[in-house]
Design a binder for this molecule. Structure first.
Ligand SMILES: NC(=O)c1ccc[n+]([C@@H]2O[C@H](COP(=O)([O-])OP(=O)(O)OC[C@H]3O[C@@H](n4cnc5c(N)ncnc54)[C@H](O)[C@@H]3O)[C@@H](O)[C@H]2O)c1
Ligand SMILES: [Zn+2]
Length: 371
């Protein structure tokens, strides 16, 4: 297990390790054994991930002498609603869990979010472990303890802060991930450079393509650097009272774009974040607080990776700045009626503000829509 790297997420008695490496899944049994108090463990996965990785994962539990039951959910965001949640909770209760039981989420952010939420409420809280299998889940959703489900009022409106006991990020499993999903996850990787680490962004300018093409050492470095950045912020501000909001760079705009496309696969979350980050840079340039060359550099990089950078990159969608602003005003980050924005003084220098003139936002959006 010498190729593995470990990072500690410091949250007092709820601290946990995140382990990353190219073949973590084959060693999962040994890695989870120290944090398991009761068997069988209950593995939750989806029907895409199970095809590629369940056999290997279950075999590694078995070889460590850990018994397991598996619950397989349909793949896709639709699973993360009330119906999917009720089915999952019933299926877990059918197995007769105890307080010391452990749920293991083997999948992307959908499986991680719904499993974490189930773990937080079943028997008022049972243990859970994240085994993220998408790049997005490895660098973002699996670390930090936000769990939840979607309702007809919006995404992730019902949930909890509930930390896992361990995160296992196998960089090799990303080889089976559809390329478009991989690119979407990359937007969140770039986000860490853009919000607070210019050196990392410069590293990505050189190595970003290798992350996508599957150079394992480079990929692992990208995952670990991203998670370290997230862990630092989460340790300082677990419940998003302040700094943690920086992680929403590109997300206020991104969520509005997603809402407008009906949260469909015409625009994946990470793609919306890429366009949203560009909007944050463009608005900052327009407001005279960020050098124009920084925005150009970000645009060049995201485009070279193959990410969309403007609304017009989304095929067959008509956009209106007023309806996008309408979505932003409904975001759960609105406070006292004011929209919170993450803007930037340049690459690696983002900040949180609600002091933005909405006319400036409209001008930026109108330009982006016309681009
Ligand atoms: N909790 C948080 O902090 C947080 C942060 C960001 C996003 N999220 C949530 O995460 C979700 C999105 O996560 P996601 O992008 O991982 O989506 P996802 O879980 O739907 O996975 C994307 C697709 O890839 C498939 N897949 C997953 N791993 C695979 C693999 N290794 N090989 C082949 N196919 C694979 C899945 O079956 C699915 O079809 C959203 O619901 C979002 O709200 C949560
Ligand atoms: Zn995101």
């Amino acid at each position: 297990m010498s190729d593995f790297e470990t990072l500690s997420v410091s949250l007092g008695d709820r601290s946990y390790d995140m382990v990353s490496g190219p073949d973590v899944i084959s060693n999962a049994g040994k890695l989870v054994a120290p944090v398991i108090d009761h068997e069988p463990v209950i593995v939750i996965t989806d029907d895409n991930v199970s095809k590629h990785h369940l056999e290997n994962f279950s075999a590694s539990l078995q070889s460590a002498g850990i018994s397991s039951t598996v619950i397989t959910l349909p793949a896709g965001e639709n699973t993360k609603g009330y119906d999917g949640f009720r089915n999952l909770v019933n299926a877990i209760l059918d197995t007769g869990p105890e307080r010391r039981s452990t749920l293991i989420a083997l999948g992307g952010g959908v499986i991680g979010d719904i499993t974490g939420f189930a773990a937080s409420v079943i028997l008022r809280g049972i243990h859970f472990i994240q085994v993220p299998t998408t790049l997005l889940a490895q660098v973002d959703s699996s670390v930090g303890g936000k769990t939840g489900i979607n309702t007809r009022h919006g995404k992730n409106l019902v949930g909890s802060f509930y930390q896992p006991r361990l995160v296992l990020a196998d960089t090799g499993v990303l080889d089976t991930l559809p390329r478009r999903e991989l690119l979407a996850g990359y937007a969140e990787v770039a986000k860490y450079g853009l919000l607070g680490d210019k050196g990392f962004f410069e590293w990505l300018e050189k190595n970003g393509k290798a992350v996508i093409e599957g150079d394992m050492a480079i990929r692992q470095q990208a995952v670990m650097t991203s998670c370290r950045a997230k862990a630092d912020i989460v340790s300082r501000d677990e419940k998003e009272a302040g700094d943690r909001a920086l992680l929403n760079l590109g997300h206020t705009f991104g969520h509005a774009l997603e809402a407008e496309t009906g949260f469909s696969d015409r625009l994946l979350h990470g793609e919306a974040v890429a366009i949203g980050m560009m909007m944050a840079f463009d608005l900052s340039v327009q407001m005279g607080i960020c050098p124009a060359e920084d925005a150009t550099r970000v645009r060049t990089h995201l485009q070279s990776i193959g990410l969309p950078i403007q609304p017009t990159d989304v095929a067959g969608q008509a956009w209106q700045s007023t309806s996008l602003i309408g979505h932003m005003a409904q975001d759960k980050k609105v406070q006292n009626g004011k929209i919170t924005f993450i803007l930037t003084h340049g690459i690696g220098d983002a900040f949180i503000t609600s002091d933005v003139d909405i006319d400036d936002v409209e001008t930026m959006l109108d330009r982006a829509i016309a681009a």
